[in-house]
Design a protein around this ligand. Structure first.
Ligand code: DAT
Ligand code: MG
Length: 148
């Protein structure tokens, strides 16, 4: 089953949105297989956002993502990578439609509440960056026959 990496950013943690965000993915039917509250190091931030290192906002992005605790999560389910991106909404919260996390809770691109892997390759890469193998759990959820 597909897995993805999602992370409530420092603004989402400070704004008490961890529970709301976990609830949305749980309610959809996805399975939480890993989670931790952590402060991202400068090195990890630069590696994680490496694809953006030439962009003018890179410094700001690294400062922001390391500015306070984030809630890192691994989620599992059918089509979870694309589905989670749809549930997050567009990068700019002002363009994100209502009903999405960014559309419902965000106002600016620099503080857009949540990160989610954008492809199978980034999901694999980001899960490895943030979680050790023994930090991801494999288990049967009792509601799975009612979801699939
Ligand atoms: P996403 O987080 O939707 O995958 P992205 O990978 O293009 O978006 O960018 C990563 C993060 O960088 C994004 O969540 C917020 C920040 N960012 C993107 N574009 C920006 C911009 N034009 N100005 C400031 N921050 C930006
Ligand atoms: Mg991205």
């Amino acid at each position: 089953m597909e897995k993805t990496f999602l992370m409530v950013k420092p603004d989402g943690v400070q704004r008490n949105l961890v529970g709301e965000i976990v609830r949305r993915f749980e309610s959809k039917g996805f399975k939480l297989v890993g989670a931790k509250l952590m402060v991202i190091s400068d090195d990890l931030a630069k590696t994680h956002y490496g694809e953006h290192k030439e962009r003018p906002f890179f410094g700001e992005l690294v400062d922001f993502i390391t500015s306070g605790p984030v809630f890192a999560m691994a989620w599992e389910g059918e089509n979870v990578i694309t589905s989670a991106r749809d549930m997050m909404g567009k990068t700019n919260p002002l363009e994100a439609v209502s009903g999405t996390i960014r559309g419902d809770f965000g106002m600016t691109v620099g503080k857009n509440i949540i990160h989610g892997s954008d492809s199978a390759e980034s999901a694999e890469r980001e899960l490895k960056l943030f979680f050790g193998e023994n930090e991801l759990t494999s288990y049967v959820k009792q509601d799975s026959d009612w979801i699939y």
